[in-house]
Ligand binder design. Structure first.
Ligand SMILES: [Cu+2]
Length: 263
């Protein structure tokens, strides 16, 4: 069972595995690689992501699940070790550390950290579109990477805002509230993360969405947690070969969330 931990709880070996896995995935230019997964969210078209719909949480849970498997596969191939595995950590932007320091230290921009920026592997026409419409989202030059422009750390969402969402009485209410909080963090990170078509090229996208998925899990196991409406349960979550019903139980997907550490 994969254990997704807070970024504040990862040890040195886990950071090394994560960095190596991203690096290995960056190097794959086919459907096993980073560019393929990042691209499914927006550019290159078609965009599959679900925002502003009741499928928001459901689609992104499937997205994280298949991406996490791809990361693990990439690391296994790179190391020649079929036993290694990586789990996506979550970035708790409500924590005291985040409200003081902003982005998790492991994603910080410093010499050659693969988690600081991701390669934006789009063709020339899509790159021109991004540069025209989303200025400041990617770096200049022929091999662009994602850029960030984070806001003041204390502007990140607060625990009381999350607590209010966790009291939502229905799945659709909860989904709508959490998506709003989620949007504010995308905007706070700025740059590529604030633009849906290329947000998933920034490696911190996955830590942010892991936090969102975890909040849904916490709501699911709370007394208020209920399934999405019955009419939704057999909907497919394209392009993933799974239905809504199949992503409801994280233990069935083979992962769980570690208990929060104080940070
Ligand atoms: Cu998002």
């Amino acid at each position: 069972m994969g254990l997704r931990k807070s970024t504040a709880a990862l040890g040195d070996a886990e950071w090394t595995d994560l960095r190596d896995a991203f690096t290995a995935a960056y190097r794959l230019s086919d459907e096993r690689g980073y560019g393929f997964y990042a691209g499914l969210h927006g550019l290159p078209l078609p965009a599959y992501c679900q925002h502003g719909t009741v499928l928001f949480l459901l689609w992104h849970r499937a997205y994280l699940y298949f991406f996490e498997r791809a990361l693990t596969d990439a690391l296994r191939r790179a190391r020649g070790d079929p036993a290694v595995a990586v789990s996506l950590p979550w970035w708790d932007w409500t924590s005291a550390t985040s409200h003081h320091a902003g982005l998790p230290a492991g994603y910080a921009t410093d010499g050659g950290n693969p988690l600081a920026a991701g390669p934006v592997t789009l063709d020339d026409s899509d790159l021109a579109t991004v540069r025209r419409n989303l200025p400041g989202a990617i770096s200049d030059g022929p091999s662009p990477v994602t850029v960030r422009d984070p806001g003041p750390p204390d502007d990140l969402p607060r625990q009381r805002t999350v607590t209010r969402a966790l009291r939502a009485p229905t799945f659709t209410d909860f989904s709508r509230l959490v998506e709003g909080i989620h949007n504010s963090v995308h905007g706070w990170v700025g740059g590529a993360m604030s633009a849906v078509p290329i947000a998933a090229y920034d490696p911190v996208f996955w830590a942010h969405h892991s936090m969102i998925d975890r909040l849904w899990y916490l709501w699911q196991i709370s007394p208020r947690g209920v399934n999405p409406p019955a009419w939704l349960l057999d909907r497919a979550l394209a392009p993933w070969p799974v239905t809504v019903r199949q992503v409801l139980d994280v233990s069935r997907l083979g992962y769980e969330y570690a208990v929060q550490v104080v940070a």
